[in-house]
Design a protein around this ligand. Structure first.
Ligand code: BTN
Length: 251
């Protein structure tokens, strides 16, 4: 069962970093670390993830997958899908997914997910770091993607503990299926929960920005894109924004 044991902390630098320390101390698979506040929360692509105390669900799950690392590209998708299913238990709003692991309502970001993996000695591990905006009434300006919270979408100040319980249940179900059947257990459902296949996208990888068309997700979890010449490529990392279709200059 993912979510057991539950290590509940007040303030940490980052629950993902804390999870790594716990892996070093042989924490059991399924252990989840939560905190009321992070002082050095981390986002994808070396970005910061800021929070005010008691406003978000900040959780990191420890996994020791039995499947080969070539399948691990499905885990960010699995995490996004589990978050969507958990949120769907509380909100009637349409929650959509964006590759690789953004969870959005009306294009606004409700949740960020940072999946980190590695090896410690003989042990291969994965950390699913999940930050869900639960109770925020407002956000600072200047964020990369406009944010939203469960409160702003519903007017209800949900308890983070209730969201955690729902999330742990959904993750447990999906992870069991994934351990058995691999990415095929996740990708078809993920595709039904995204609006980006197909769509015109702006792909940012370091200093490079390209306009492409997202057409599929590969069996390994990569985003399959097509350029204006119809050549296909698999993308494993980067920032993707969907471009409105009225931009006729794009592929
Ligand atoms: C992103 O969208 O860039 C990913 C953000 C991930 C944030 C979560 S909050 C819990 C966990 N601990 C961290 O330091 N980061 C993740």
């Amino acid at each position: 069962m993912l979510g057991t044991p539950h290590i509940q902390l007040e303030t940490v630098a980052s629950t993902n970093s804390e999870a790594k320390d716990r892996i070093r101390a042989h924490a059991a698979e399924g252990t989840v670390i939560t905190a009321r506040h992070q002082t050095a929360g981390r986002g994808r692509l070396d970005r910061q993830w800021l929070d005010d105390p008691d406003q978000s669900l900040l959780a990191s799950y420890i996994l020791y997958p039995e499947r080969d690392a070539e399948d691990w590209g499905g885990l960010p998708l699995l995490s996004g899908l589990a978050v969507k299913r958990a949120i769907d238990r509380f909100l009637t709003r349409d929650v959509r997914l964006k590759w690789p692991n953004d969870v959005l309502i009306d294009g606004k970001k409700l949740c960020g997910i940072l999946v980190e993996s590695g090896r410690m000695g003989d042990t291969a591990y994965v950390i699913l770091g999940i930050g869900i905006n639960v109770r925020q009434r407002a956000f600072p300006g200047g964020l990369r993607t406009e944010p939203t919270s469960m409160y702003l979408e519903s007017g209800v100040p949900f308890e983070t503990g209730d969201i955690l319980a729902a999330l742990s249940g959904e993750l447990t179900m999906l992870y069991e299926q994934w351990q058995r059947d691999g990415n095929a257990a996740v990708i078809p459902s993920w595709k039904t929960a995204t609006d980006m296949l197909p769509s015109s996208i702006r792909l940012e990888q370091g200093d490079e920005i390209r306009m492409l068309r997202a057409v599929d997700v590969s069996p390994s979890g990569a985003l399959v894109v097509e350029n204006a010449e119809g050549e296909r490529e698999e993308i494993f990392a980067g920032d993707v924004s969907v471009v409105p279709t009225e931009r006729k200059d794009l592929p």
